[in-house]
Design a protein. Sequence first.
Length: 343
Amino acid sequence: MSHIRRRGQKWRIEVCIHGIRQSRSFDTEYEAIRWAQHQEDFAYEGGPVSTVRTDERTLAEIIQWFIDERVKQWRRTPTAQQREIARLNRLRRDKVATKPVTELDPMDFADFRSRRMKTAAPSTVSKELIAFRQVIDAATKELGCQLAVNPCHPDLIKRPVFQNVRDRVLSDDERTRLHAALRECRNLNVLPAVRLSEQTGLRLSELLGLTWRDVDFDARLLHVRRVFDQLTHQLIAGTKNGDQRVIPLTTEAAQALQSMPRADMRIFPVTHDVLQSGLKRALKQAGIADFRWHDLRHCAITMLAGFIPVPMDLMQVAGFRTLQQVLRYYKRRDAADLVRLLP
């Protein structure tokens, strides 16, 4: 299978034989087609297929390959897939992507970083540099691009420093005012959803993916098995990290679930927008600023850390990937306090 295109004054053709891609550039279209036919005929007659890939592909072409082969097949949910494709397409249109991947050097990405910092947040630029590094790593390993070192490696390109850790927790007074405002919400799903979120630390997609079969009221356990995709409005097996988990329910969390009618298979038969807009209106009515839905997760984990002394246990309950994500919820004790714990 071959694909030909005009690039500048050259004709570039790519052939894929037995899963191995090769490409070359020629002065005329005729020469390019003849070369591709020769490669295909030689392979089909039993000749060996060269495993040396061309180094002429641009970074934009490598990014497109990454989108087709990695993102579209590996990303678990359509929402996550769409978000990643949008980021990569923006990178594919940048001028740094017009260069052949083997001609890239750290100065190219330093220039990209400087340009992007003028229009994007530091966290965005950092994610984009990580995406570049992942694409080039994949091209080196799977496409045979001859690179001595990844020019976007963090040892060569320093990512922007930023602090985006939110520590917003509702005070007792704010929580009381918020619940009072939520009781006036027309949609009866919003208040129980908020109560359950601030007691369990469920992500919004996990909350909306709950069904009544996931709840064990006798054992006070909640099985998190799937998510509700924001884009397709479908239930998809697995969580954000791909793993299922079991969450112990507090008394208030169990009461929030028991207050819900069982008219649907899903506990909360609504969408992301319904719950987020309901919370937003209640926050405005209660006079609470700088708070969003995901902060309910932080409220819950902060509360649970006071009852779950072992970080590894909290890590499993919250669905974190690393221990470092959990440790920030535990306050360090000074030596005077630790002495009282020792025999």
